[in-house]
Design a protein around this ligand. Structure first.
Ligand code: SF4
Ligand code: SF4
Length: 607
């Protein structure tokens, strides 16, 4: 015979779990209705990342050590309490009573330090949210977050009281019911709140692409044109929208937001969520986010890289750009750049006779795999930018001094990066496939380039066309080549190094440039935002070509230049032609006397 207490518990359980299930079902329905973009290739990598970012909470702790650790306490506590909750609910539902077993008794005792840690963690987080209120969390103190925080505290307090209250007493009885009701209330509240990340983030982190800024090629034969309306958003994007914990890490790391632009990657995710829940399937994405905002992204990848719950912003931002470009809605400055790519196959619209003159003047041979160790890819900057050509000449001198044989392609065209990141997929695919044809004919085993965008595009993006070759940045190649060089006893004094986003963040190459600078006498003064989380120079995503006078807020390059100057070093070492152009522009507007030196020139002058 079922007791009244068990019956009441069943009724409450079904009501609250039903509420939870209905809300979850609505979100699952939206995910299932979206075009399937889930992918699980490279399980070992995903498994390791899951262990690091979900189980060990490394990403959460890394950027905000105190708040991150407190969050980790709460998370680990939740996991530890899962078995306790299950046993208590099995008891409450009258299914089986395991509460009196020895194992459960020992488990309860083991939970005490977890309960204390959760209480400490949640108190810290509540004070931070309600009193300290850091800008990343938003100006508004959400009542829901406070309620959830108080519910978590109540759970821990009621658990600890079970050790104090006499077994079988009325107080113990009330305490048991309070604990159970708080869990049920919590369950009903979380799907409609940012705390739903508790359920979704392990899945989202696992499903996040192993590649930062992963942009699958569009299939024109299937008439894919990019993202135009809400219903075009893929299943991973929809899952992402419901996973956001609103921590603002993406926002505070976004260089566009930091320089006062309208773009805020956190807002992009939350606007996606709102549009999905409002059922606005046919609403244009240019309207959901505004077109202006979509063109402010430099594609630096900071948002996606810093997000602790596996959200990928770039597929949405560039996917929506693709949709705009396919409808002829790109800004005018991009129209000129596309014309240059269309007519002359390079971003500046210059004649390739200029490249030929440089190739001849620098004594470069046409690559021959039987004769040369590496193929040097010049890129648009190497072909046409006189300043960058000085740096390439320094690279050639180093290679010759170390006996490395090298050649270049008889002809090159832009690798397609500016077209791809601005959403002109058709142009990108035209350039990429033509380059791949030439590269396959030349058959290099290794490609060497001084442009991080060429490393990323040829070395990583071209794999999506089946072309897989090792592409090395000159900093990595030369670091390996000069390991036997004698360190200069007389240092050059303080220099600062600006990590290019496409080398440091996308490529993870942060040690080699520093090793070279140190080896050749430089003492590095690190700027804020360095290594794999640099502050962008402002050139990426086609913004190299934007009309600076029309920019809202400050220029991203000005903000970065100030950060570099604040190190006190008077020399800035760069390792990307576009960073160099942007930062020199910022130096000119600041009227500063800072020296710029490209990494290869720095090495060659001291070798
Ligand atoms: S990629 Fe960079 S610029 Fe674009 S939204 Fe993310 S952080 Fe901001
Ligand atoms: S997208 Fe990620 S980093 Fe940005 S607010 Fe949401 S959870 Fe935080």
């Amino acid at each position: 015979m079922i007791s009244t207490q068990t019956l009441v518990f069943w009724l409450l359980f079904l009501t609250f779990v039903g509420t939870f299930a209905a809300q979850v079902a609505r979100r699952v329905q939206l995910i299932a209705a979206a075009p399937n973009t889930f992918s699980v290739e490279n399980v070992p990598f995903r498994g390791k990342r899951f262990l690091r970012d979900v189980v060990l909470q490394v990403r959460t702790i890394r950027e905000r050590p105190a708040a991150g650790l407190m969050h980790a306490f709460v998370f680990w506590g939740f996991v530890a309490f899962a078995g306790y909750t299950a046993v208590e609910f099995l008891y409450g539902l009258g299914i089986v009573d395991l509460t009196r077993t020895r194992v459960f008794g020992a488990y309860r005792i083991l939970l005490v330090p977890f309960a204390v840690a959760v209480l400490v963690g949640i108190t810290f987080l509540l004070i931070r949210r309600a009193v300290v209120r850091p800008i990343a969390l938003g100006a508004h103190v959400s009542a829901e977050s406070i309620v959830i925080g108080l519910l978590i505290s109540a759970l821990m307090v009621t658990f600890l009281l079970t050790f104090v209250l006499p077994e079988g007493s009325s107080a113990a009885h009330v305490n048991w019911w309070t604990h159970a009701l708080v869990i049920l209330a919590f369950l009903a509240l979380i799907p409609a709140s940012k705390h739903f990340h508790l359920v979704l983030s392990p899945i989202t982190v696992f499903l996040k692409s192993p590649e930062l800024g992963n942009l699958p090629n569009l299939d024109f034969e299937k008439e894919q044109v990019g993202l135009e309306t809400v219903k075009d958003l893929g299943s991973k994007m929809v899952l992402d929208a419901f996973t956001c914990v609103e921590c603002g890490r993406c926002q505070v790391n976004c260089p566009a937001w930091g320089a006062g632009k309208e773009l805020n990657p956190k807002a992009i995710v939350l606007q996606t969520q709102d549009a999905l829940l409002a059922g606005e399937r046919d609403r244009k994405l240019g309207d959901v986010y505004t077109e202006k905002v979509l063109w402010q992204c430099t594609t630096c990848g900071a948002c996606e890289n810093q997000c602790p719950v596996g959200i990928e912003h770039l597929p949405i931002l560039i996917g929506a750009r693709r949709g705009l470009v396919s409808n002829g809605d790109a800004p005018a400055y991009l129209g000129s750049m596309y014309n240059n790519l269309e007519r002359r196959r390079n971003i500046w619209g210059l004649g390739y006779d200029q490249r030929a003159r440089f190739v001849q003047a620098a004594g470069l041979e046409t690559f021959d795999p039987t004769k040369h160790d590496v193929l040097v890819w010049l890129g648009c900057a190497g072909s046409f930018d006189a300043d960058f050509q000085k740096s390439l000449r320094a690279l050639f001198d180093i290679l010759r001094a170390r006996g490395v044989t090298f050649g270049v392609l008889a002809k090159e065209r832009c690798n397609g990066d500016p077209a791809k990141r601005t959403g002109n997929e058709y142009m990108y695919q035209e350039l990429a496939t033509a380059n791949i044809e030439d590269l396959k004919a030349a058959a290099p085993k290794r490609i060497l380039t001084s442009c991080p965008h060429c490393v990323k595009t040829i070395g990583s993006d071209y794999r999506k066309f089946g072309y897989d070759v090792e592409v090395v940045h000159s900093s990595v190649f030369v670091e390996e080549l000069t390991r036997d060089a004698r360190a200069r006893p007389d240092g050059d004094g303080a220099v600062t190094f600006h990590d290019p986003c496409y080398l440091g963040r996308y490529g993870g190459r942060v040690d080699e440039p520093r090793a070279l600078i140190a080896r050749f006498g430089g003492e590095i003064k690190e700027p804020v935002r360095n290594r794999d989380n640099p502050y962008c120079c402002g050139a990426g995503g086609g913004l190299l070509f934007a009309d600076k006078e029309e920019e809202p807020g400050s220029r991203i390059s000005d903000v970065r230049f100030k950060q570099l100057r604040d190190t006190g070093a008077n020399t800035v070492v760069t390792a990307c032609p576009f960073c160099s152009i942007m930062l020199k522009g910022a130096q000119a507007s600041a009227g500063a006397d800072t020296q710029f030196v490209d990494l290869m020139t720095f090495v060659k002058d001291r070798l």
